[in-house]
Design a protein around this ligand. Sequence first.
Ligand SMILES: Nc1ncnc2c1ncn2[C@@H]1O[C@H](COP(=O)(O)OP(=O)(O)OP(=O)(O)O)[C@@H](O)[C@H]1O
Ligand SMILES: [Mg+2]
Length: 432
Amino acid sequence: MIDSSLKTEGIFFSPGGEKRFIEISISPIVFEDKIEGYIFGISDITTRKQLEQELLKFEKFETINRLAGGVAHDLNNLLAVLFNYLSLIKLNISNNKKEDCIKFIQKIENTLNRAKYLSSQLLSLSKEGVPIKEPHDLEELIKDVAEFCFSGTPIKYNIIFQNPVRNILIDPQQMAQVFQNIFINAREAMPDGGKVNIEVSLKKLKHEEIPPLLEGDYVEIKISDTGLGIPPSILPNIFEPFFTTKEEGTGLGLAIAYQIIKKHGGNIIAENNPQGGAIFKIYLPYLIKDEPVEGKKSTPSLEISKKHYRILIIDDEEELRDSLLFLLSEMGYEVDTADNGKEGIEKYYKALKENNPFHVVITDYVLPDIKGDKVVAELKTIDPNAKVILSTGYTGIDVTSNYKNYGFSGILIKPYTFETLIQTIERTLSNS
Ligand SMILES: Nc1ncnc2c1ncn2[C@@H]1O[C@H](COP(=O)(O)OP(=O)(O)OP(=O)(O)O)[C@@H](O)[C@H]1O
Ligand SMILES: [Mg+2]
């Protein structure tokens, strides 16, 4: 057999300085199995290239349009709900109806949680959203999400743990999102009710058993439903972003689940049950940490702290700084603020010198002058016992995933709830 032709592309500048794309091809002339010569061809493919680039731009804009449209729509709905409840609170305050106000405030909190969920869904699709892994009880997590997704529906669910998986290294929020997306799909696949089986077991995978996973120990989570199953023709597409067969769907649920599982070093596959219904199998590396898992987090009471602790907040976002100041002062803490890193470090140093030290510092990561990692490094030089909590919305950076290695005692991922804030401060204080 004679080798086939060669083709390559290049850029060429005309004498007038105009950029042209060219294609160079070399093809052998073969006669009776012998190469008798070559044909060299040069063609100007500038127009084709320009069209291809235009198409690529168009496709990119298509994707952005769909995403932006979907997000703006969901966000506007949430904002409309917030405005309505705020108006209701204003009306009811003037009518002195305290009970109703409390009810509406609760509604606002629920709506804000939905907004937070929306932004975390988007983050998991982006380059950001690197998992912040911590040892976690998988059983508790799956039970909580299943309860949340199926209670009050005509769906029965059953969870079987063949082996306890109590301290697996996962990002609990991201994994909760994975299960939520899969359970909601199951719910939508069985509008008239049905059954969901969740089976968790440890598996020793051999090389290429579930490509591209390497040989090793994995946790398999098998989720099967009794819906109509996934039509085989669409099975290869269901993990693609925006692929949906639902009128109201955005087609992001499984794409997000896929991204999260991949970022955890695992894999997810879908198949149909011969007896009917869909099956999703998730594989997660069985990485565990031998340290006690924190129990269920209790909601802190609004009871004002009796102890006298001083907290320093370093953040350049004025509204955030002020709201934290009000909230923590209300809780009985003595709070001071700084709007940049250097000012924060100076305040810490001065307080230490005056024998009136700060017990906890909460610092933003991106500050106008220096970054949060520099803040913690300098504070630790001044006072090796400094307790510094990193507060950030950036999850795609090393300092967020490995905050302890940088000297931080805790982390707060924006936006965080009041409960998380207080728990993180209390945990940091109790580790003193
Ligand atoms: N349990 C299931 N049974 C049958 N089909 C399913 C199941 N789960 C997913 N699918 C199919 O996969 C498609 C993609 O699912 P995905 O969760 O990504 O998007 P969606 O549910 O359509 O929209 P969104 O989750 O964004 O609201 C669905 O539209 C559906 O056709
Ligand atoms: Mg879905």
